[in-house]
Design a protein around this ligand. Structure first.
Ligand code: SF4
Length: 364
């Protein structure tokens, strides 16, 4: 039952999701224990290296320039600032730093070169380095790999059908193509999604079909609960219940048995008991740090107290895969191609965004 399968159907996943809770928990934790140490949690720190001012219209995101959310934009951080923050994260028990930039896609040029230097710098601190920078080409993924990147995050967000109800400026296929480009390198893939955006259970199952049929499956999958931020089109969505979160985590664990399942946004809305239930259901990673890009997250000390209470230990870096070697920029085999890739921009109308626009919620 715990073998990796790439042919899950939506019906099978729905059957799992809707099992009686005690059976679902038992099935998920049985698989979890076969594949992972149940007392070990991988801890990542998410660092916003370039905040706000994004051109996209992701309905959940306070960093989109078109929404009035009060998020202050900033320029790309310096390499030294990032290294200092990474060191702090390491001292706080994190084994991985995930650098997020509010970009539609990576563009060749000085800013990308600066990000490559950050990757080299953090890898040399013996921490796993992850980036989430939007869409990437194969050449850009190769350059990140050569700099020593361990993981690239690119979430599918939801099912292909519901994705269109949340975002009109990017296409689902572009997301899959980006994951494919990362897969052509030795960088691991981190991809997951968000629940609580108004999607139905079929959409949650649809997202898990899309993730589980990737071959190989992602090495890590964040499961976010929407943090509805005022000023975004999703501001009125009600928080998901802990039971929905537990069901989603358990189902993810069953269909992605080897993947690290990460509790991400929305942890501040969850009690310790709720989080413990998610760990039992198969979650084995969290984001640490008092902020997740721009939304609140539990304090690091609180997380360490929770681990102590539960007898859990943070995972050491490079437990799952050997540390990549960073190649210096001067020795690089991959040139900047100055590519101008044609990522799609469907620009279809989303009713909820139109309604928000009518209420003056959007800048344009
Ligand atoms: S999720 Fe990323 S691409 Fe979408 S608006 Fe936010 S920063 Fe931009």
């Amino acid at each position: 039952m715990s073998e990796v399968r790439h042919n899950w159907t939506k019906e099978e996943i729905l059957e799992i999701y809707n099992r009686p809770m005690m059976e679902l928990l038992y099935d998920a934790t049985t698989i979890h224990r076969k594949q992972h140490d149940p007392n070990v949690v991988q801890v990542s720190t998410l660092l916003s290296i370039k905040t706000g001012g994004c051109s996209e219209d992701c309905g959940y995101c306070p960093q989109a320039a078109r929404y009035h959310t009060g998020v202050e934009g900033n320029d790309l951080m310096t390499v030294n600032q990032v290294k200092a923050q990474a060191l702090r994260a390491k001292e706080g028990g994190s084994s991985r730093v995930c650098m997020g930039a509010a970009w539609r896609n990576v563009k060749d040029g000085p800013e990308f070169d600066q990000v490559l230097e950050m990757v080299r710098g953090i890898n040399k601190l013996d921490m796993e380095v992850c980036c989430t920078l939007g869409m990437v080409t194969e050449n850009q993924a190769q350059r990140l790999a050569e700099a020593g990147l361990y993981a690239y995050n690119h979430n599918l967000d939801s099912s292909e059908e519901y994705y269109k109800e949340v975002i009109s400026t990017r296409g689902y296929q572009d997301r899959l193509d980006t994951i494919d480009n990362v897969r052509k390198t030795n960088v691991t893939v981190c991809s997951g999604g968000i629940i609580g955006m108004g999607e139905n259970v079929e959409d949650r199952a649809g997202m898990l079909v899309a993730l589980s049929t990737l071959n190989p499956q992602p090495e890590s999958t964040p499961i976010n609960a929407l943090v509805a931020v005022e000023g975004t089109p999703l501001e009125e969505e009600k928080p998901v219940s802990i039971w929905e979160m537990v069901r989603m985590v358990a189902t993810t664990r069953i269909v992605l048995p080897e993947t690290q399942v990460r509790l991400s946004a929305g942890r501040t809305q969850m009690s310790r008991e709720g989080q413990a239930m998610c760990f039992f259901a198969g979650a084995n990673s969290i984001f640490a740090g008092d902020k997740l890009l721009t939304t609140p997250n539990p304090d690091v000390n609180e997380d360490m107290k929770m681990f102590e209470l539960l007898g859990m230990n943070p995972q050491k870096p490079f437990t799952k895969k050997v540390q990549p070697q960073s190649v210096e920029a001067s020795d690089s085999k991959f040139e900047s191609l100055g590519e101008k890739p044609k990522w799609t921009r469907p620009e279809h109308k989303i009713d909820r965004n139109e309604a928000a626009k009518a209420k003056g919620k959007l800048v344009k």
